[in-house]
Design a protein around this ligand. Structure first.
Ligand SMILES: Nc1ncnc2c1ncn2[C@@H]1O[C@H](COP(=O)(O)OP(=O)(O)OP(=O)(O)O)[C@@H](O)[C@H]1O
Length: 323
């Protein structure tokens, strides 16, 4: 490898390490992240999102049946589980894109049950989709501008005061261009969003989600269908969200990705949260491995949950006793 390329990579690594260190100081995660009994539904020291009794059925099928879950603030939480576990449906419910049969949840202390998706986004909780949504015939830059929050130009009173919305427009465009630079999409700003590769569209969707300066970013399979070079870049972007003080929840099937960036892992199976823990520990649990392989198909999930709680409590003295 040429000396200048090596030097450039070393500089990037050094800068990211410094950035990471600064972020860890600015937004330290409690250690441990949880309090009381460890395991499924365990309380977090500083949760940003708390969900209770969230249930959604489709006909006779129970897609989501989450008794209790808390998402740690400033952390990266991976939501994993086999196909059909209810991960996307749970995302849809928490972000107002679908309505639960029952349940409540709070974001930063604010009750969000029944609040429509656009209002939830305004409050600072945004999401991306597993399959990138159609961007219509919009350019990359215009797609970004649509992601902005509080566009005064769209409001009635502001629309009577053109200087107000012009200022707002300028601010929105400046933010969009800045984010496009960060995501290395600046050169594509005038291209049609639809003309970009699947991976680039994932980057665009993530960048667009940041237009509203969110506190909590929920990414549904951000790495799916993305080539290895862009995967690395996407991972870097996710870590940077955390470094900027955001909380991230992402759905992912690839355990290497999860191990690489997650602080915490929530495991769903058959609509329920069946395990939680640090990435290195949670994946060692035979019950989690079984959940993936389907070996628990005929077992009572309540029993599975008890087993997991017991195994965590035994392995983490500070995590409390088994229930
Ligand atoms: N709109 C719907 N109508 C009927 N059934 C649905 C609907 N959406 C989801 N389901 C069902 O609910 C269950 C949970 O689906 P969901 O997509 O949430 O799982 P998932 O964990 O995200 O799966 P994957 O990893 O494959 O994306 C599945 O059995 C699915 O078939």
């Amino acid at each position: 490898m040429a000396d200048d390329v090596v030097a450039e990579r070393e500089a990037v690594a050094e800068a990211s390490a410094a950035e990471g260190q600064a972020a860890a100081e600015a937004f330290p995660l409690p250690d441990p992240l949880w309090k009381g009994d460890a395991g499924p539904g365990c309380a977090k020291v500083d949760p940003i999102l708390v969900a209770d009794s969230v249930r959604k059925t489709f006909g006779g099928l129970v897609a989501v049946d989450v008794e209790h879950v808390e998402i740690p603030r400033h952390g990266i939480t991976a939501l994993i589980g086999p196909n059909g576990a209810g991960k996307t449906t749970f995302f849809n419910l928490l972000t107002g894109f679908d309505k639960p049969d029952t349940g409540s949840w709070t974001f930063d202390g604010t009750d969000l049950a029944g609040v429509p998706a656009w209002k939830i986004a305004r409050k600072g909780q945004v999401r991306t989709f597993q399959l990138t949504k159609a961007f219509g015939g919009l350019s990359v830059l215009d797609s970004m501008k649509l992601g902005a929050r509080d566009q005064k130009g769209e409001r009635f009173w502001a629309s009577l005061l053109p200087p107000l919305w012009r200022t707002q427009e300028r601010e929105i465009e400046a933010r969009a261009l800045e984010l496009l630079k960060q995501f290395k999409l600046y050169e594509k700003r005038d291209d049609l969003a639809l003309s970009m590769s699947g991976g680039q569209r994932k980057l665009l969707e993530m960048a667009r989600a940041l237009m509203s300066a969110p506190q909590l970013v929920m990414l549904d399979e951000p790495m799916a269908g993305v080539n290895p070079a862009l995967t690395q870049s996407l991972l870097g972007h996710i870590v940077r969200l955390k470094q900027q003080g955001m909380t991230v929840v992402f759905v992912e099937h690839d355990m290497h990705m999860v191990q690489a960036i997650a602080d915490w892992v929530v495991v769903m199976a058959e609509g329920r949260v069946v395990a939680e823990g640090k990435p290195t520990e949670v994946m060692k649990d035979p019950v989690v491995v079984d959940a993936y392989l389907g070996a628990n198909m005929d077992r009572d999930l309540g029993e599975v949950v008890k087993e997991i709680r017991a195994s965590y409590a035994a392995s983490r003295p500070e995590g409390g006793s088994a229930q």
